[in-house]
Design a binder for this molecule. Sequence first.
Ligand code: ATP
Ligand code: MG
Length: 327
Amino acid sequence: MKRLLTGLKPTGELTLGNYIGAISPLVKLQEDKENEILLFVADLHALTVFQEPSLLRDRIKRFVAMYVACGVDPERTTIYIQSQNEYIPVISWILECNTYYGEASRMIQFKEKSKGKENFTVGLLTYPILMAADILYCDADYVPVGIDQNQHVEIARDIADRFNKRYGDTFKLPSSLITKQGTKIKDLKDPTKKMSKSEENPAGVISLFDDLNAIHKKIMGATTDSDNAVYFDEENKPGISNLLNIASIMSDRDVDDIANEYRNSGYGNFKRYCAEVTVNKIKSIQDRYNELIETGEIDKILKDGIEKSRLIAKEKCELVKERVGLI
Ligand code: ATP
Ligand code: MG
């Protein structure tokens, strides 16, 4: 059995990018009976940037229902809300005291996110250590991440290794599972940057909660070049290539197959096809979501998930406290 762990921050509504890059690959990993998966809502991580409390509160629950609507099976995958596991921050603090300021401040994401800003929170510096606690409390073997998060899995590994050497064997050393070329979905209005749920301009972002007509419109209005031939070339045709990626994943067809069919039929027809398959897919996800909300299944899923996560964390937390000399 291999244990895998993933979390998504509720900094905005889940996007098509999150579905394609994180949730859908997890649903595939779930098919392998050798994998045991933990999937959480990283609400403590969301707080590194200010969140409107009333919006955050509702969004956290929507995340859980959306995970399930996207195909995550609560019978096979443990789903929980990070902040409901009170042992994780305790472990995180002890890990902080075993992490050097130098190594935390060398994190690329920290450098990028703090660059040029006069005021940023200490949480932006220390969240990789909270992430280490997320990973280490449950002895995760693998953490499926995009290449940009690899450094954070490495620091978790370094901290665990240091702790084990100093206090005796306590944590399993995790590895990242770099999602193969990991299709990065780009912003529809600016296809040189990735689609992000915390993006302020909604025109370039497809939320899984968007009205179906709005999704259609956003795809029809996606920024493209003007040469009007449909083929895949990420460098010179980032907009069309992004739509080809989306259409391919939404329809379960090869990019080449779609490109050949629409090569000379103009952008309008191709975009219409892309919009249609995307709307169909998101419609089925939204239908399932609404069903889950109506039946109230989510409360039971959350109760089971947090119980399991807490049980694992309690045991690890007690061991960690004992190791460092706390009573
Ligand atoms: P934020 O804007 O707050 O950073 P985000 O949309 O980037 O939000 P994260 O919570 O940072 O989402 O990441 C959750 C998961 O979704 C990660 O595994 C990340 O690799 C994946 N992901 C995020 N955006 C995309 C995207 N555009 N294409 C593919 N995968 C993505
Ligand atoms: Mg992100």
